[in-house]
Design a protein around this ligand. Structure first.
Ligand SMILES: NC(=O)c1ccc[n+]([C@@H]2O[C@H](COP(=O)([O-])OP(=O)(O)OC[C@H]3O[C@@H](n4cnc5c(N)ncnc54)[C@H](O)[C@@H]3O)[C@@H](O)[C@H]2O)c1
Length: 392
């Protein structure tokens, strides 16, 4: 049968429809695939990070809505597993009670399942667990994955100190940025305004993607090209916060505490620059620097436990106080003070860092808490510090 005008028109419109659908497919192909985010860690800050991210993945086209959160499984006093309760109630009842995480946050107790297909990995566990976690993740993550570490602390190895972002980068073979700042988790959980700093090495585009993922109208994030500076600020301020807690526990007042913060900031900068000559002065004026130092010395768990330690005259150990006062949350400052001390003694720098040194000696029971203001500031040894580190 000869084609009628109608059928001709039909076949044309069919061709047109096919052409459109081919275009559609091409258009779909051209659309970059959506990024999938997994948060590795579900403590106090880990849960808040998941909440922040989940509110953004719902709004941003370039991310899958679902955010998986790896939960180190534990059984709650009610007999239920933490991950199950999180998925039933949408709340981390142990580490962030009373806050809804967002329905698109899925708690996953199996680490391998949690990271499967994720190309944006957010690491946020206490630092002492990271080496073990990395070992378990080798060969299990997407090859094109990008990482960011929200972890404060470092590993000290025979070869020297190893920042957590470096550990992740080296063990997993992926690029790792950091995010640090004046970020007491419970305050961000209730959406009080704060700022944060992303530190990146050389890929500004990736840093901007992380900024986009975390930034909200109450959490203002900016990026700086100084990964070591940002990470060391976040790590070292916990040692200064321990000193500030001693001062509070001994009721020495605000002038003394301000002095401790000033000396502490100076040691943070000196230590960072001695370890990495690339560290920038300007980083110490970002949220990750002076702002985080202030908030941690005013509030935060390190200050709080050190206050109790000093009030008890150093007679109760930090382990005991941590267990009693933090309900499963982990102290970072005491272990970081020990790690910093190991670096200082190994490199012959103890005299250059009297505050850091004294904090560890008090924490380990060799000096009483009152020694925090009894040390004498040693004369600067500029000849030892060299050109780029003349910060005294
Ligand atoms: N809480 C804050 O206000 C805050 C703010 C900024 C940065 N940070 C940093 O974030 C990181 C994580 O802190 P957090 O507050 O989310 O945790 P947290 O101290 O509240 O909780 C401890 C976490 O460790 C997990 N855990 C216990 N044993 C474990 C093990 N063997 N292996 C793996 N995980 C185990 C627990 O399940 C829990 O999720 C730390 O480096 C901390 O310094 C915390």
């Amino acid at each position: 049968m000869a084609p009628t005008i109608e059928s001709h028109q039909e076949s044309h419109s069919l061709e047109a429809a096919q052409a459109v659908s081919v275009l559609d497919i091409n258009a779909q192909i051209e659309v970059p695939s959506r990024s999938r985010v997994t948060v590795v860690g579900s403590g106090n800050w880990g849960s808040v990070a998941a909440k922040l991210i989940a509110s953004n993945t719902l709004k941003l086209e370039s991310f899958h809505d679902e955010v998986r959160m790896w939960v180190f499984e534990e059984v709650l006093p009610c007999g239920q597993k933490l991950s199950e309760v999180i998925n039933q109630t949408n709340e981390n009842v142990k580490y962030l009670p009373g806050i809804k995480l967002g329905n698109n946050v899925i708690a996953v107790p199996d680490l391998e399942n949690a990271v499967r297909d994720a190309n944006m990995l957010v690491f946020v566990t206490p630092h002492q667990f990271m080496e073990g976690i990395c070992k378990r993740l080798v060969g299990k993550i997407c090859q094109n994955a990008q990482a960011i570490s929200l972890i404060k602390g470092m590993e000290v190895k025979k070869e020297g100190p190893c920042m957590i972002s470096t550990l992740i980068q080296e063990q997993l073979g992926i690029n790792c940025c950091v995010l640090m700042g004046a970020n007491i988790a419970n305050e961000i959980a209730v959406e009080k305004f704060s700022e944060a700093t992303v530190g990146y090495r050389d890929n500004k585009e990736i840093a901007e993607k992380w900024v986009q993922l975390f930034n909200t109208n109450y959490f203002m994030v900016s990026a700086v090209q100084d990964v070591e500076g940002v990470e060391l600020c976040g790590t070292l301020k916990n040692v200064v916060a321990i000193a500030a807690g001693f001062v509070d526990g001994l009721e020495m007042g605000n002038n003394t505490k301000a002095a401790i913060m000033r000396i502490g900031l100076r040691e943070m900068k000196a230590f960072s620059k001695l370890l990495f000559s690339s560290v920038k002065d300007s980083t110490f004026f970002e949220s990750c620097g002076v702002a985080d130092l202030i908030t941690t010395c005013l509030g935060g768990r390190n200050r709080k436990c050190a206050d109790a330690f000093a009030r008890n005259g150093g007679k109760r150990s930090f382990d005991e106080l941590e267990a009693e006062m933090l309900q499963g949350q982990k102290l970072q400052g005491v272990s970081t003070a020990k790690e910093v001390y190991e670096v200082l003694s190994h490199r012959g720098w103890l005299e250059l860092f009297p505050l850091f040194t004294t904090v560890h000696e008090i924490c380990s029971g060799r000096l009483p808490p009152s020694a925090i203001v009894e040390y004498s500031e040693h004369a600067p040894k500029l000849s030892l510090l060299g050109g780029s580190a003349q910060i005294y």
